[in-house]
Design a protein around this ligand. Structure first.
Ligand code: ATP
Ligand code: ZN
Length: 290
């Protein structure tokens, strides 16, 4: 086994956990998952997992306990630490919104002047409110933000919303979205620019992630085509180097293979049919490099 390992901090259990591990597993990296273990070494790649609370991930990366981490942009921005964002992973999308009690006469963001706003994200919230010229105060709570207006410790709240059901259940209405988040990969500042064994490992990991992502938006197609339609088919498929063409026993037909992006797939499929393509096979691509 290689001696140098890249240490990655991942949320132990929560909204980020499963998808974070799935991304790594899709890179062909094998590991055990035992929920009691807080530290785990991948079996076929120099990667070590640290399973921690998401709030602690920016701190671990800052202190060098972990080299990289997967965390919500919200937790990272709230930490205020100066770290590098290596990659936006695009999952765990959510928004930070202001919600007010149903009977609150909300006329626009200026209605928040002088109000007490309960939130678990005081740094992000106060920065944005300040930028927008609002003078409000933050009531910092670590959970159950929605009940704070009912119990009288805040006038309104600023919290993560996905569907809005929890807000409704607590007599609140969403009036303003101030921030958007998704999961990101973070690293110590400059880590990606230094030449080191660990850094090499990170690049191998990123390269694999890229290959998986590229493949996700592509389909592999295989079909039989009347030989005299090849030029037309190449035009329809477009954008690629020439498709792979194999002769068939029947000389008037060819077998053609190519890769088509997902968003163009149906129009390509229909156009190929219209010029006489037959037996069109479509396959998912697992990994792809260019
Ligand atoms: P921990 O026990 O690790 O501290 P937590 O309860 O603070 O967990 P989760 O609720 O698992 O955290 O949320 C983790 C992250 O997922 C949030 O910081 C945010 O980036 C994102 N997130 C939160 N709510 C949603 C949602 N409703 N939909 C999608 N993503 C969300
Ligand atoms: Zn947390």
């Amino acid at each position: 086994m290689e001696r140098e390992v890249l240490k990655i901090a991942i949320q132990k259990s929560g909204r980020l956990s499963e998808k974070s591990l799935e991304i790594i597993r899709n890179c062909g990296i094998d590991f055990q998952t035992d929920s009691r273990v807080l530290r785990e070494r991948a079996t076929n790649f120099p990667l070590e997992f640290l399973f921690v609370r998401d709030d602690d991930i920016p701190t671990y990366v800052k202190d060098g306990v972990a080299d990289i981490g997967i965390v919500g942009k919200n937790e990272f921005d709230e930490s205020g630490f100066y770290l590098d964002t290596v990659k936006d992973l695009g999952f765990a999308k959510c928004r930070l919104s202001i919600a007010v009690p149903n009977d609150f006469d909300y006329k626009g963001i200026e209605s928040l002047n002088g109000k007490r706003i309960a939130t678990s994200y005081p740094n992000i919230m106060m920065k944005i409110l300040k930028e927008r010229g609002v003078d409000a105060s933050a009531v910092v709570v670590s959970g159950s933000v929605e009940i704070t207006p009912q119990v009288g410790i805040a006038d309104c709240i600023c919290d993560i919303v996905s569907t809005g059901t929890t807000l409704k259940m607590n007599g609140l209405k969403e009036v303003e979205t101030i921030y958007y988040s998704s999961a990101i990969m973070i690293a110590r500042p400059g880590f990606t620019n230094t030449v080191s064994k660990k850094n090499e490992i990170l690049f191998r990991l990123l390269e694999r992630m890229d290959a998986v992502e590229k493949a996700k938006n592509k389909k592999y197609i295989l079909f039989n085509l009347p030989a005299d339609k090849l030029d037309e088919a190449a035009k329809i498929i477009g954008g690629m180097k020439s498709p792979t063409v194999t002769p068939l026993m029947d000389k008037s037909w060819l077998s053609v293979q190519s890769v088509v992006s997902e968003d163009r797939f149906w129009s390509v499929f229909e156009d190929l049919k219209s010029i006489g393509a037959e037996g069109i096979l479509v396959m998912n691509i697992e990994k792809m490099t260019e």
